[in-house]
Design a protein around this ligand. Structure first.
Ligand SMILES: Cc1ncc(COP(=O)(O)O)c(C=O)c1O
Length: 405
């Protein structure tokens, strides 16, 4: 019998093994073009004013624990950001700073889920949602973003499932990823309004992961759930990793702005979770506080980064559209492209077979769609410079042509 808990089986990232193949190829002396990690700080240096604030915090001796909820000045800056951008009025009691959105997911799932409880998750999903639900003892109930609706949500279908499911299990929350990883879709206001109405009618908690909320382009407009969900319980997840280009700082946050009974209970419990793990990284919190406070520097940095991302994504799309075996919905947020692959024509049984062969033969690493719950797709991270992206996609297109023979 194993020493490990049965619960620990959920602590796995299904995409980890793919990295091992790439590492082995590089040990043989070949260079792999890695289009599999959504880490902006690898391609766009974290802005200097944020890095300097980090160093300054250390020099000033801010190396001690902060308030468990989060350093006061960071919490205040988070509140100001939401007031400034979305007109949200909230208070420090509604905010918890976490070690990345990842830790917020741990807290949230553990706070909400009992065995048998369901969380509604749309496929393709951000990979990490699933292990945290399992570890907390809950179960995901999977629906799909609709590819033929530009990866939007069919709210009527959602309602049918909610009505059916309600009689069998307790649905604790519905999680939305907006803008989306891995599809790059930004949800429209009408869809969000309809979902809020549905949540209100059926007493569902909405969780909105808005970690890419400033990485929006191709003329799209982002709407935060906080602009719409008045008077119902909802949670916003966000952080510094993407908008502030500092993934390695590990700063995220959860906001529960509601004043209703469920929100009040939840915000208190998240504070308890924060106090159990004591504090998030202190200098990183002060650096992110400066990142938020210095709106002028931030706007300069984010505008430059998003403009460049837009160019890179659209360049990649153009090349991908030359590939007759791929079908792509154009993204307008984040920096991922999620094409459907005609696996049959490429003589591949699975997306894993395709991705592994591409890696071994062409030294290009993509992510298989099954890591996001969709076996017929691949994900391409469009962060590298055009030259690198161009080489990688040209190799992918060539590879598909050879495989199809
Ligand atoms: C949709 C989404 N949510 C959360 C995260 C994790 O963020 P963090 O670095 O804050 O843990 C990511 C990272 O890629 C993501 O794509």
């Amino acid at each position: 019998m194993s020493i490990l808990s049965s619960r620990s089986r959920f602590a796995i990232n299904p995409l980890e093994e793919d990295d091992a193949i790439a590492d082995a190829i590089e040990r043989e002396g070949k260079k792999v073009i890695r289009l599999n990690r959504g880490d902006p700080a690898v391609y766009f240096p974290t802005p200097d004013y944020i890095k300097e604030a980090y160093i300054e915090a250390i020099k000033e001796g801010k190396t001690h624990y902060t308030e468990t909820r989060g350093a006061e000045e960071l919490v205040e800056e988070i509140i100001s950001r939401y007031k400034r951008k979305f007109g949200l009025s909230t208070d420090p009691e509604s905010v918890v700073v976490t070690q990345g959105v990842s830790e917020a997911l741990y807290m949230l799932n553990t706070a909400l889920l009992d065995p048998g409880d369901k969380a509604i998750v749309f496929k393709p999903y951000y990979t990490q949602y699933i292990p945290y639900i399992g570890l907390a003892g809950g179960e995901e109930y999977l629906l799909e973003y609709k590819e033929n609706m530009g990866w939007g949500i069919d709210v009527e279908e959602l309602e049918r499932h909610v009505k059916r499911l309600k009689h069998k299990a307790r649905i604790k929350y519905v999680i939305l990823t907006n803008p989306n990883n891995p599809t790059g879709t930004v949800l429209d206001k009408k869809t969000l309004k309809d979902i809020v109405q549905l949540a209100n009618e059926h007493d569902l908690i909405l969780v909105s992961d808005e970690i890419y909320d400033e990485i929006v382009y191709n003329g799209a407009h982002f709407t935060s759930i906080s602009e719409i969900a008045k008077g119902i319980p909802y949670i916003i997840l966000n952080g510094a990793s993407k908008n502030f280009d500092s993934t390695g700082f590990r700063i995220g946050f959860a906001i529960v702005p509601g004043e209703d009974k469920v929100s009040m209970e939840l915000k208190k419990k998240l504070f308890n979770f924060a106090s159990v793990r004591v504090s998030a990284n202190a200098p990183a919190q002060y650096a992110v506080a400066e990142g938020l406070r210095n709106v002028k520097e931030h706007n300069k940095a984010i505008k430059g980064m998003v403009k460049e991302i837009e160019k890179r994504v659209n360049f990649a799309i153009k090349l991908l559209n030359e590939n007759p075996y791929l079908q792509t919905v154009r993204p307008n947020g984040a920096y991922y492209i999620f094409p459907r692959v005609d696996l049959k024509s490429l003589n591949c049984k699975t997306d894993k077979e395709l991705v592994d062969k591409l890696l071994v033969k062409e030294q290009v690493q993509l992510t298989r769609g099954s890591g996001f719950g969709m076996q017929s797709h691949i994900r391409i991270v469009s962060l590298p410079e055009k030259e690198v992206l161009g080489t990688a996609i040209t190799r992918l297109n060539e590879f598909c042509r050879k495989m199809a023979k």
